[in-house]
Design a protein around this ligand. Structure first.
Ligand code: NDP
Length: 261
């Protein structure tokens, strides 16, 4: 018997879909029946993920290189995709990144770049897709925020500010579109086992003299479950927010911090 596919035929855009959490989200949505559009700057990783998706399911996958901090490129890419493929049902704003520095060393370029990739990109991609969703009367927008969108962490002021901004945008837009068939939610993972975390671990080890293993253990211990979150766990929550059980869930910022299991 074939498994039910709750997202059958739904067109889903995932920014930063080539690796890490975005890749896991893309694989999971495709396994639930969605047709995928993967966006990111690195064609190679996007294509590798597309091949892996096609190998696991018969999902259709499209790949476009895009720097989500380039507003004009976002508008052009999204309008081209919508003209070609129709209104996307799902937008997962996942692209992001963090660099740590004490606030006194956080220069204006670093601040601007961090807000551009983590916050303004969410505005730009959402702005580019929302009219088509409104016209279609259906949309699921999921923003990958962070626990740094709900509480402060030292040495990442710009990242925390950006992710708090993502949560605020989520809550505001959810109210604006709540009668239009569109839900807007954020997921807020704790430390999650990806390349971004690995880079953070290397930096902690280099700046403190601790071993990478110790740094990794310390970050894992900061999560509720005492372990790193797996990208697939974030992906499951995103898929759930896209599915019928979450039709009445909007404006939420859901923490994913790893239950001990
Ligand atoms: P990775 O560094 O593994 O992946 C980041 C992804 O974002 C890549 O696919 C990258 O692709 C893409 N990306 C980065 N900058 C741009 C850009 N300018 N334009 C287009 N795509 C871009 O990180 P994670 O998977 O860990 O992070 C994914 C999201 O999850 C981020 O928003 C992050 O803030 C958030 N998050 C991560 C946590 C963690 O502990 N790992 C915890 C909480 C939230 P490419 O470089 O090819 O463009």
């Amino acid at each position: 018997m074939t498994k039910p596919s709750p997202l059958n035929g739904k067109l889903a855009i995932v920014t930063g879909g080539g690796r890490g959490i975005g890749r896991a989200v893309a694989m999971t949505l495709a396994a639930r029946g969605a047709e995928l559009i993967l966006l990111g700057r690195t064609e190679r990783s996007l294509k590798t993920t597309a091949v892996d998706i096609r190998n696991q399911s018969d999902a259709t996958v499209h790949v476009r290189t895009l720097d989500v901090t380039d507003g004009d490129a976002v508008d052009q890419t999204f309008s081209g995709l919508i003209a070609e493929l129709g209104p996307p049902a799902i937008l997962v704003n996942n692209a992001g990144g963090a660099e740590s520095a004490p606030f006194t060393a956080l220069d204006r370029d670093n601040w601007d770049a961090t807000l551009a990739v983590n916050l303004t990109s969410v505005y730009a991609c959402t702005h580019a897709v929302l009219p088509a969703m409104i016209e279609a009367g259906y949309g699921r927008i999921i923003n990958i925020a962070s626990t740094a969108g709900l509480e402060g962490y030292p040495y990442v002021a710009a990242y925390c500010a950006a992710k708090h901004g993502v949560v605020g945008l989520t809550r505001s837009l959810a109210l604006e579109v709540e009668r239009k068939g569109i839900t807007v939610n954020a997921v807020c993972p704790g430390y999650t086992d990806t390349e971004m975390l690995q880079a953070a671990i290397r930096k902690i080890a280099a700046t403190t003299g601790r071993s990478e293993a110790d740094a990794r253990d310390e970050l894992a211990a900061a999560n509720t479950g005492g372990r790193l979150v797996r990208p697939e766990e974030v992906a499951e929550m995103v898929a759930a927010l896209c599915g019928p059980a979450a039709n009445s869930v909007t404006g939420q910022a859901l923490e994913i911090t790893g239950e001990d299991s």
